[in-house]
Design a protein around this ligand. Sequence first.
Ligand SMILES: Cc1cc2nc3c(=O)[nH]c(=O)nc-3n(C[C@H](O)[C@H](O)[C@H](O)COP(=O)(O)OP(=O)(O)OC[C@H]3O[C@@H](n4cnc5c(N)ncnc54)[C@H](O)[C@@H]3O)c2cc1C
Length: 389
Amino acid sequence: MSDVVVIGAGISGAASAYELAKAGLDVVLVDRFGPAAMASGWTLAGVRQSGRHPAELPLARAAVALWPTLASELDGETHYRRGGNLRLARTEAEATVIRRLVDEQSAAGLEITLLTTSADVRAVAPALSERVVCASLCPSDGSADAAASVAAFVRAAERLGATLRFGERVIRLQTERGRIAGVETDKGSIPARHVVVAAGIFGNELIAPFGLHVPLEIPMVTVLRSAPMRAMLEQVIGVANADCAGRQEHNGRFRVTSGLKSWPGGMLDVAGPEGIRPRVLPTAESIGEVVRLIGEVIPAFQGAEIEDIWSGLIDLTPDALPVIDAPDGAEGLVVAMGFSGHGFCLGPITGRIVRDLVVDKVTHLPIAPFGIDRFASLSGARAPATLHG
Ligand SMILES: Cc1cc2nc3c(=O)[nH]c(=O)nc-3n(C[C@H](O)[C@H](O)[C@H](O)COP(=O)(O)OP(=O)(O)OC[C@H]3O[C@@H](n4cnc5c(N)ncnc54)[C@H](O)[C@@H]3O)c2cc1C
């Protein structure tokens, strides 16, 4: 019998597997596809504190403190770069939003400044156009390479003794005398005393038998990646109304995204060098929109050669906050899902919280707002769905 099965080798599950293996537990990491096959590969991979909900800010700050030393800790590349995050205003109405953001987040103790004119913005990011009228700048934000970071966690977990089972789908969780006893997969069963569900948009089908449910909306986001271009943008950029975002990767490629679009529901399983991977196709309209919106703020992008295009799905909760919880009545179960478009940055700290919940049943990190039972009492409109890098 293993100590723990972690379901999902995205950033949340991979970091959890690493932390649990580091704590000396016998870990099995299972993924129906492979590492970073879904949101953690589709992502923009911004590592950002700015623009966070107050409940999430302590976790984002704790995660940002871990990112700089992660590559050496894991002995694997993350391509983490602390280049800053710029949130841009293109109109006077957006400028009002940005000024309010800077006021609120400075009051919350974040190092964030207002670049008050177009010239001020272009002094720190010359590739941006004169259409940008002002911006917030959080210099301690940044980005990393998603596939590399997840791979680094997976390899570090494996070196610490974790067993990797990729291309294997968990069908249901098993229980015995009211507590977790393992999982049943499409290839057999894996007995274990604890199970971590870090299965992104598919989490609900695994926790439903426990009477648990995270009310998810699943929008999609169009992503374009260019061929390498000359280095011109240090920061991750978002815009006040979140209709586009982007950054330049360590290899010169631009990775740029649309805002959130409704997802008609199609997903293909595509065979490739890494095995079967899920693929969601964007519409021509959303591709054209990304090109236009990004081209308006980064004129050089209009000449970019596009190497790849895909859509990513978001596990969006009603309050746009994640679930990180060891639910009552399901002894041995930990749930980490619903990261609502901001879970990449949080990955390293999610891993530590999951380890705490499995090993000690409590964590010193402030996770009360992320309980799975909060949705029953949640009223009012859904939180605005945003993606900001
Ligand atoms: C376009 C886009 C841009 C984004 N930009 C940012 C950003 O800039 N900054 C940021 O912090 N976040 C961003 N996010 C969000 C972030 O990428 C996600 O919140 C994060 O990657 C979620 O990781 P995860 O491990 O929880 O889920 P996932 O990466 O979705 O992993 C879940 C894994 O579970 C596996 N799985 C599911 N069901 C089963 C099963 N039954 N059996 C076995 N395996 C199973 C899947 O194959 C998958 O690999 C973005 C997301 C998208 C799509």
